[in-house]
Write a protein that binds this ligand. Sequence first.
Ligand code: 6GU
Length: 288
Amino acid sequence: MNFHVLTLFPEMIENGMATSITGRAIEKGAISIEAINIRNFAFNKHQSVDDYPYGGGAGMLMQAEPVYLAWEAAVAGIRERRSHTATGEVHSGAGEIIGEMSPGIVIKEKNQVIAGEMPPCTIYLTPQGKTFSQEQAREFAQSEDLILLCGHYEGIDERVLEEIVTDYVSIGDYVLTGGELAAMVVMDAVSRMVPGVLGNDESAGTESFSAGLLEYPQYSRPQVWHGREVPEVLMSGHHANVDAWRREQSIIRTVQRRPDLLKTADLSNKEWNFVRQLKKQIKEEKNE
Ligand code: 6GU
């Protein structure tokens, strides 16, 4: 997975992703992150990247041209790398199409990419986008390259968005000062779906959220802390009982904290009855 981030603050992206699991994934080569500074593409008279909005109003807008040139540089880099990858893998013929690699890119001859290629997925991080989800993270993880566009000021000239953006993504209903943190949220969630990024220990529990239930509570040593005991069943060594207890705790927690998730949960009839019972109990407690 190769991330290409178009931003006015490349060091924020580089520093933010260099730590912990994503940092290790970069070192291992399971993911790569290229932060492209939009300011390097401000070739106009004043080397500016922002200007006042037509029609008036507060704040400044990012101009179309520097954003477009930064995007073109990202796409050119992707095509260049893909054409190299193609040589050696694809046997060249005399002009006819001889193979297909990296979705949408058709190889005609050695090192030659022809028309019909699709530009890579380009994500604009904006509170006006579709709310990001685990499902979307899984979809994005199928791409070999993702371009992420981070806005600043009051937004970006609409015309360049129309030309380059394939997906509008928000990370929640609140407003950030810029798209960088949102881009890092997306890259983190996508990265952990990429094979080789998580170790075996870390990948356990990955699917619980997508199954429509929250994770069960967990405990480690000591057995008593601040007078609080670890639930006895977890000390029993009885695996079936432990699994049953955890499943029940997941259901209780989901009903209490995120009842909206239950819509997508796959529960047995017995468990749905348990959910009804829990909901009734919560309602009664509220009325007391
Ligand atoms: Cl993706 N960008 C910005 N600037 N603010 C946000 C957001 C994104 N998602 C929620 N708030």
